[in-house]
Design a protein around this ligand. Structure first.
Ligand SMILES: [Ca+2]
Ligand SMILES: [Ca+2]
Ligand SMILES: [Ca+2]
Length: 327
């Protein structure tokens, strides 16, 4: 055993008993780009005005080009809030804010096929931010209220996952995201500030406006809303012609995901992670130099006890991971 391994092993005092939070059992497969889930809205106004988080865990198709909508709530001339992404871009929009317009982050190879990505947009009342895999990639000052739906208007209205209606009649269809969505959540609070380790699975709380886990049986014609607000989505139905029906499928195996304990970011947790984990204990700079694969992040790979920082409190959890029992 290497010297560093001995240091880690010698530091074990208690094996932590936290339960594993794993990925969901199923996903929504959006393919082709006309696949859509219509979200019914029964109330005239939406409670997302002062703060919001739009987020999803996605696995992009190799067929994805440009960008496609993951979620969109829209009313002609009144409201437009959305999260969309493609191989090289993440875009979000909350109409009504100042300065307003889309917030966008572009980078070649931002999303990779075969790899789960967590995408998030946050508005906290004074700033808009974009995150990819828990890393803040864009931010700008913003203020004001996100526009609400106008319940007294006849203007077409739609809320959708995937392909999204738009235009004066609502009968134009903007392309949807192509690939798998493990889950999507809309919240009326700003959930993220600093970099974070994206959750593989999530549950609803009081700030959850919509939560689709997409673990529904393949025969379901609707997506079950776990938020408690009963906004179950209808597959393949909307106001624009040409919409098609997505499918519920098992989570595809063998796909890479960020995991605490995988300190060298190769997709597995084993003794090969020890050197990078020990480096991480000495700080992010040393971890950066440990030879880990690209596309992962310091806190997520090394914060085993989930306190948002990397330190000696993570050692027990890491050692547990090596014995096949990650916290
Ligand atoms: Ca799922
Ligand atoms: Ca590893
Ligand atoms: Ca920690």
């Amino acid at each position: 055993m290497c010297a560093r391994c001995a240091i880690v092993t010698a530091s074990v005092v208690v094996v932590m008993g936290a339960t594993t939070v794993g990925a969901g059992e199923g996903a929504l497969l959006l393919e082709p780009a006309t696949d859509t889930v219509e979200i019914p809205v029964t109330r005239g106004e939406s409670p997302l005005s002062r703060a919001a988080t739009y987020e999803a865990r996605v696995l992009m198709s190799t067929l994805m080009a440009g960008r496609g909508f993951i979620l969109r709530e829209w009313q002609f001339v009144y409201m437009d809030r959305s999260l969309s992404a493609g191989p090289n871009v993440l875009v979000a929009h909350s109409a009504g804010l100042s300065p307003g317009g889309e917030i966008r982050y572009s980078q070649t190879g931002l999303l990779q096929p075969g790899r789960w990505h967590h995408l998030a947009y946050v508005y906290d009342g004074s700033e808009e931010r974009l995150y990819v895999d828990g890393v803040r990639v864009a931010q700008r000052s913003a203020g004001g209220m996100i526009n609400r739906r106008n319940p007294n208007s006849d203007a077409p209205f739609a809320m959708a996952i995937g392909a999204a209606p738009e235009g004066a009649t609502g009968r134009q269809l903007s392309p949807g995201f192509r690939g798998h969505i493990d889950w999507v959540r809309i919240s009326n609070v700003a959930r993220y500030t600093d970099d974070f380790c994206p959750p593989a699975s999530i549950s609803a709380d009081g700030a959850t406006m919509l939560l689709y886990q997409f673990n529904d049986p393949p025969t379901n014609s609707h997506a079950t809303d776990s938020s408690g607000r009963n906004r179950h989505g209808l597959l393949g139905f909307g106001i624009a012609p040409g919409e098609t029906r997505p499918d519920f499928v098992p989570l595809p195996p063998g796909t890479f995901q960020l995991r605490p304990g995988d300190a060298n970011c190769d997709g597995e947790i084993n003794v090969a992670d020890i050197n990078c984990f020990v480096a991480a204990l000495a700080g992010e700079q040393l971890w950066d130099d440990c030879g880990h694969a690209a596309g992962c992040q310091f806190v997520c790979q090394n914060d085993l006890d989930g306190n948002g920082a990397v330190g000696v409190g993570d050692i027990n959890g890491f050692v547990s991971c090596l014995t096949g029992a990650c916290p």
